[in-house]
Write a protein that binds this ligand. Sequence first.
Ligand code: OFO
Length: 169
Amino acid sequence: MINEKLQEAFNDQINKEFYSEYLYLAMKVYFQELNLQGFVNWFDVQVQEERAHAIGMVDYLNNRGGKVELRAIEKPVVEGSTPLEIFEQVLKHEEFVTLRINHVMDVAEEVKDRAAMHLLDWYLKEQVEEEATAGGVLATLRLIGDDKKALLMLDKDLAARTFVAPVIG
Ligand code: OFO
């Protein structure tokens, strides 16, 4: 059985992971409209990762005898109107998600649920990677500035990203 406060924190985080999936899907559409297929691929992988993160928590909560509550997913808002601005938002969003997972970890610590802490450790490590990946693309976009040729080269690089189903936990 899982503590109720921790169950609530997991349910809230499940919703945030599904929101992330939805947000990145909206960003994928933005790049589809620009016909930047490498960026499209990058976001496609991101969408799949977020879905895996969400389902990982759904399955975990279920395995622990908790009650999964699927809540309404907010309409995603893409704030930027350039690739640079979009990636600023991606990094900001990942930093926010890290904060939220830290919060779930705080609750797990408070109720002394070591098994949950172990799982959340995985999510926190994943966040370090997520921030680094988004930050890397953002740094390149800053270097690129208005250089369209360089943007197309980056697009080519991003086409190489592949989705590898994460082993969570
Ligand atoms: Fe689920 O890692 Fe991004 O948000």
